[in-house]
Design a protein around this ligand. Structure first.
Ligand SMILES: Cc1ncc(COP(=O)(O)O)c(C=O)c1O
Length: 446
């Protein structure tokens, strides 16, 4: 029997993160100060992030050492397995070989811990006592709660209201790790109050929750803010995924024809694919595909322009594929993909045609998730199911290709969403073109 699991030893946990900024074939547009409209100075970020992370954010170094304290915590679940989905292949009657990198084995259930641990570590090292953050489906909030607990930091999580009610058990996990969890928009911040004044029943969005968490951090001296995606340093930390995958594909004797991951802010996509970008820009013949929800299609339908990262305009302006900072996506069950923008690195790679993007609707991704669970056994998070839907489409239409995707998280705490799907209570959302058009009108002028 051929191997279907490709494992590495703990010694092979990467010793450095890979910084794709060193190998881009184009110049990246800098983040802009919203007041001066000039490129951001590292000091401008000091009220929200510790200096070590700001340096990583702006670094052009190709490799950045991973401190031993972080690798020691990574050892709890890393290296993660690369698995071949032979039973899914059989069910699809495909001649393609499907592999998945299984990030769901982390204690919090997703890839998000890869950056939560370093973010908590660097904050602790610089004397910070408390972190604030946003979370959509709760995967990031749970990951940061684990990391803050590991380093003895307090943590407050602003959780998007629709997910707070749809996913009550991720909230319980955050409580177990000692975090405070606030449904957003809330009355705790001026940003939250402003939203509630206009719309008392607002379901929230990642953009609003970010505003609340940033405002909270800026107002407290011993507190900083931690972001679960989008920024360069977050994607940098996630590159442990792709670096391990490269070694494991060698063990399997494979070269990828397709690399696929879902995209919210872009961190699991970036972490999984960036180590392969160097070869891709040199002309290697494989495709890299980002998969997003058709209800929140920033790459496939957004504008590549400067925009705010949050609803209350507290963040720097980032050049990214965006649907407009005022866009509140429909309440799809993949809460982690309900973000109006996308990482500047991922957006620039898309704008420069290095990577491709596709979108999927809610019912199709749940159907794909059920087929995956029936064949391979593990229940994917609804976010991850976007990647699975795209993989299935490729496996059904291509021959003899090697298709590799990132299984970014499990869905064991998304059972209420699956119950609704099985009961026929979920629906697709029409592409919200009117709302997006309205939101794009208000993009900041740079
Ligand atoms: C399981 C899972 N996959 C993917 C994502 C998307 O986020 P990102 O694009 O930052 O990887 C999330 C976000 O919460 C998630 O929970």
């Amino acid at each position: 029997m051929d191997n279907t699991k490709f494992m590495l030893s703990e010694k092979e946990i990467p010793q450095q993160w890979y910084n794709v900024a060193a190998d881009l074939p184009f110049k990246l547009s800098p983040p802009i100060h919203p007041g001066t409209k000039k490129p951001l100075n590292p000091k401008d970020l000091a009220a929200i992030f510790p200096m070590s992370l700001i340096k990583q954010e702006m670094s052009q170094e190709r490799w950045i050492d991973i401190p031993d304290e972080i690798r020691d915590i990574y050892r709890i679940w890393r290296p993660t397995p690369l698995k071949r989905a032979v039973r899914l292949e059989k069910a699809l009657k495909t001649t393609c070989r499907i592999y998945y990198k299984d990030e769901s084995v982390s204690p919090a259930g997703s890839h998000k811990l890869n950056t939560a641990v370093p973010q908590a570590y660097y904050n602790k090292k610089e004397g910070i006592k408390r972190l604030t953050t946003e979370t959509g489906a709760g995967q990031w909030g749970a990951a940061l709660s684990f990391a803050c607990n590991a380093f003895g930091l307090k943590c407050r999580v602003y959780m998007v209201k629709v997910s707070y009610h749809q996913k009550p058990f991720r909230k319980s996990l955050m409580h177990i790790w000692g975090s405070e969890v606030i449904p957003s928009p809330s009355e705790m911040t001026e940003s939250g109050k402003m939203v509630l004044k206009h719309d008392p029943h607002c379901q929230g969005s990642l953009g609003i929750a970010i505003s609340e968490a940033v405002e909270d951090a800026v107002k407290s001296k011993d507190t900083r803010y931690a972001l679960g995606s989008v920024l360069n340093h977050v994607l940098l930390h996630q590159t442990v995924i792709g670096l391990e995958t490269q070694k494991q594909l060698k063990l399997a004797g494979e070269k990828p024809d397709f690399l696929i991951a879902c995209v919210g802010g872009g961190s699991n996509f970036g972490g999984f694919t960036f180590p392969f970008i160097k070869d891709k820009v040199k002309g290697a013949n494989f495709k890299i595909i980002a998969v997003e929800p058709s209800a929140c299609p920033s790459l496939t339908k957004g504008l590549y322009a400067y925009d705010f990262g949050d609803m209350a305009c507290l963040t720097p302006l980032l050049k990214m594929c965006t649907l407009g900072y005022k866009f509140i996506p429909p309440g799809i069950h993949a809460g982690g993909l309900r973000y109006h923008g996308c990482s500047p690195l991922v957006s620039a790679l898309h704008a420069n045609k290095v990577i491709d993007a596709v979108s999927c609707n809610q019912l199709d991704i749940f159907k794909a998730a059920v087929l995956f669970t029936k064949t391979e056994g593990t229940l994917p998070a609804p976010e991850t199911a976007h990647a699975i839907k795209a993989v299935i489409d490729i496996a059904r239409t291509q021959k003899n290709k090697c298709v590799v995707f990132n299984f970014s998280g499990h869905g064991f705490l998304d059972m209420a969403s699956y119950d609704k799907y099985l009961a026929g209570e979920l629906r697709n959302y029409a592409y919200p073109s009117h709302e997006i058009k309205k939101a794009l009108k208000d993009l900041p002028k740079v």
